[in-house]
Write a protein that binds this ligand. Structure first.
Ligand code: FMN
Length: 176
């Protein structure tokens, strides 16, 4: 059993993270989910709380129960950290060292293997700035996964589609 910390950001593919959390829990891992504010526009924390059996971390300044394990402690105890789906925004924030919410803060704390699964519109994905940020994360030791080619939720066709959730589970499991 390993401690897996999953960050979920505000992309339409956020619903696919549900299958990933479910699969990892069923494989016997302890899964804790951190959601950005935007992610909560797409999926409710209750879904992840129910499937993971753990409290979902949703904000930086919520009512902290001192008896509960802190987010820094969670980040330190993680055996694998993964962000699924990863928006252009979170990729840019991590690449720039910005820590203005819980997920980006945790991303700067973790020292365990970290997997980033990007998902965004093709034009965003091909944007030079986004590609430079991805390269920067790779050069800093993050495992940034490729994306699929396909029809995106917005109707465009091209790169930027989240990999199948089974593939992402396999990538995460490489590190556990
Ligand atoms: C319907 C909708 C779908 C979106 N899908 C994506 C997406 O797939 N990838 C992405 O990078 N941004 C997407 N965005 C934009 C992000 O939600 C926005 O950049 C947000 O600031 C991301 O915040 P976060 O990275 O803190 O979750 C979408 C926005 C909307 C309204």
């Amino acid at each position: 059993m390993k401690n897996i910390l999953i960050g979920v950001t505000g992309g339409i593919a956020a619903y696919k993270a549900i299958e990933i959390v479910n699969a990892l829990r069923k494989k016997g891992h302890s899964v804790t989910v951190v959601m950005t504010k935007s992610a909560q526009e797409f999926i409710r924390p209750l879904t992840f709380q129910t499937l993971s059996g753990n409290r979902v971390i949703t904000d930086m300044f919520g009512s902290e129960d001192p008896s509960r394990i802190s987010h820094i402690e969670l980040a330190k105890q993680a055996d694998v950290f993964a962000i699924v789906p990863a928006t252009a925004n979170i990729i840019g924030k991590i690449a720039s060292g910005i820590a203005d919410d819980m997920l980006s803060t945790i991303a700067l704390v973790v020292r365990c293997p970290s997997v980033i699964a990007p998902a965004m519109n093709t034009l965003m994905y091909e944007n030079r700035i986004v590609q430079e940020n991805i390269e920067k994360l790779k050069s800093r030791g993050f495992t940034v996964l490729d994306t699929d080619n396909g029809t995106l939720a917005c109707g465009d066709t091209g790169k930027g589609k989240l990999l199948p959730w089974e593939t992402i589970v396999a990538e995460i499991e490489q590190f556990v």
